[in-house]
Design a protein around this ligand. Structure first.
Ligand code: SAM
Length: 212
């Protein structure tokens, strides 16, 4: 159980993972293809079953991918291309930082699980500690706007309160999460016409000491 109070390991064991769309995230692909993030040491926080970590490694990044669920990582390690990533079973809050020289952090759906603002602040601070000055963080969080499809949701104000002390906000865009396939919706018992949850996509740059 993480400090967000969610039993992620149990959800993976129960195969109830409605966030796992099983293909590379479209927001991540857009940032990597269009923004100034060049291949570097990258950290995926809360990597789940590893789809995005493996995709990032294929784009030339040296990827460390962390999750606290052993079952999720077991699935990740079985995927084609997994050998090119370093998968780490660890709790980002309790265990030592995976490094302090990353150039890019990706987090799809990890921060948004933290309903306590102090925990979000701690997460943003620890992510900043993992990054070199000027390093980037791409965060995708469920949005408080729209219907409560995804139980983990943040307002733009909650996101900016957590990240702004440590990061310059390069963009914060209202979007939707990538949609599950019809097949996955059916196997999860979800309505075929369930829309994808609304979300915020934040592209952030770590401030230097003189900017903090
Ligand atoms: C909503 S899921 C998203 C998983 C993956 N990013 C995806 O989109 O498929 C959130 C993930 O964060 C992981 N997680 C939550 N708290 C964590 C922590 N403190 N340290 C490491 N991983 C954590 C969970 O185990 C889970 O895999």
């Amino acid at each position: 159980m993480g400090i967000d109070g969610i039993n992620w390991e149990q959800l993976y064991q129960d195969k109830f993972t409605p966030w796992d769309v099983k293909r590379p995230d479209s927001h991540l692909a857009q940032i990597i293809h269009n923004a100034p993030v060049k291949p570097c040491r990258a950290l995926e926080l809360g990597c789940g079953t590893g789809t995005n970590a493996i995709w990032l490694a294929r784009q030339g990044f040296t990827v460390t991918a962390m999750d606290l669920s052993a079952t999720a990582l077991e699935q990740a390690r079985k995927k084609d291309g997994a050998a090119s990533c370093t998968f780490v079973l660890a709790d980002f809050f309790d265990d030592p930082l995976p490094g302090t020289d990353f150039g890019f952090v990706f987090d799809l759906g990890c921060m948004h699980g933290f309903s306590n603002p102090e925990h979000r602040d701690m997460l943003a601070r620890r992510i900043a500690q993992c990054l070199t000055v000027g390093g980037y963080w791409l965060n995708i969080s469920g949005s408080l706007d729209g219907p409560a499809i995804c139980p983990s949701r943040l307002s733009a104000r909650e996101i900016t309160a957590a990240v702004e002390p440590y990061f310059e906000i390069l963009s914060l865009t209202a979007t939707v999460l990538d949609n599950l396939s019809l097949e996955d919706k059916e196997s999860l018992g979800l309505a075929p016409d369930l829309p994808p949850p609304r979300a915020f996509c934040s592209f952030l740059r770590k401030r230097g000491p003189e900017e903090a």
